[in-house]
Design a protein around this ligand. Structure first.
Ligand SMILES: Cc1cc2nc3c(=O)[nH]c(=O)nc-3n(C[C@H](O)[C@H](O)[C@H](O)COP(=O)(O)O)c2cc1C
Length: 246
């Protein structure tokens, strides 16, 4: 087994007593400032040896996978956001750390003139994407289209390339909103992202005022989320392997 093929191997005890040791970057994708090209650096060595000959035991510690969750609704009580919060909980069982992106409303209206010198909010959004292993989107349908908020956010990263080959799952919180879900997937596919169809799903919450706890108490919904996130996790692992990332 080569170094690149291994998962992070370390000693629990060593890490516990050496908090100064920093984690390697989550992945080494270097994004070009512009254009559809991205490059990959050689993978980091994700091995830490035990500090003493007496504690030579090594264990495989799975690295958490980082998923950026984007809600296409800015509504405070958004059911799509609530569904992502439920997914955040379900993801823990799969070793997925799902981070909810909360800056969608701060992104200015996309203007190609500002693409190369965008404001800080856009740079933050791009950086968060670049640090993620996958993206999970839940967005409502507005007048048979995607919401302006999600489309605007995606437009800011069409040319900068953060979505290139990014595993993406779209979850739809409404059984009625089929047109926007298809349009969203089409846009993401056009951006050269890796849409994981088996991880895309519709959970017909249909605007009901559920809390994340209500969703998590429904075994059928949890089963669907679980299946979707399991597929996403496997795809992340596979694409890391291909890119030589532990
Ligand atoms: C401006 C507007 C347009 C809408 N158009 C549609 C539509 O075309 N099809 C649909 O199924 N629902 C439509 N809806 C309903 C929303 O998709 C639904 O209320 C959804 O739950 C909102 O998502 P959120 O709770 O995450 O904000 C529309 C709602 C708004 C505010």
């Amino acid at each position: 087994m080569t170094i690149q093929q291994r998962s992070a191997i370390c000693s629990n005890a060593f890490l516990a007593h050496h908090p100064a040791i920093t984690e390697p970057p989550r992945h080494n994708r270097i994004l070009s400032n512009r254009g559809f090209s991205s490059r990959y650096k050689a993978p980091y060595t994700a091995i830490r040896n035990s500090p003493s000959a007496h504690t030579n035991r090594q264990e495989i510690i799975p690295m958490p996978r980082h998923v950026l969750a984007i809600c296409g609704s800015l509504r405070a009580q958004s059911i799509n956001r609530t569904l992502l919060l439920a997914a955040q909980k379900c993801g823990q069982a799969h070793g997925l750390e799902i981070h909810l992106y909360d800056g969608l409303g701060n992104l200015p209206i996309f203007n190609p003139d500002n693409e190369e010198t965008p404001p800080k909010s856009v740079l933050d959004f791009r950086a968060k994407l670049a640090q993620s292993d996958a993206v999970l989107i839940a967005s409502p349908e507005y007048a048979h289209g995607v919401t302006g908020a999600i489309k605007n956010a995606l437009d800011w990263v069409v040319a900068s390339g953060e979505f290139m080959q990014m595993p993406v799952a779209a979850i739809n919180a409404s059984g009625r909103a089929t047109i926007a879900q298809a349009a969203l997937i089409e846009t993401i596919r056009t951006m050269d992202a890796n849409i994981i169809e088996q991880a895309c799903l519709t959970i017909a919450l249909n605007g009901k005022n559920y809390s994340a706890e209500d969703i998590l108490n429904d075994p059928e919904t949890v089963g669907l989320l679980d299946q979707s996130l399991g597929v996403l996790k496997n795809v992340i692992g596979f694409s890391h392997q291909k890119r030589g990332i532990a």
